[in-house]
Design a protein. Structure first.
Length: 70
């Protein structure tokens, strides 16, 4: 296509915080977390997501993330 790309980073490492995140995910109420002593639940996660997303997630899409888990 003949196009050039310029990548500008504010930090020294390409990728910002994503590059150093270790690829972790928050999966509330999973068996591994429970075995490690974490007492979160899908219901608590839904309340948290509703509180921080509010009107920005009118279809409650984020709630599906707390229900569909391994």
């Amino acid at each position: 296509m003949g196009l050039d790309v310029v990548l500008c980073e504010a930090g020294e490492q390409v990728g910002g915080t994503t590059a150093t995140s270790a690829g972790t995910l928050w999966v509330p109420g999973n068996a591994q977390g429970a075995a490690a002593g974490f007492a979160d639940s899908a219901a608590e996660a839904a309340r948290y997501l509703d509180a921080i997303l509010g009107e920005h997630d009118p279809a409650r899409t984020a709630r599906s993330l707390s229900r569909e888990r391994p």
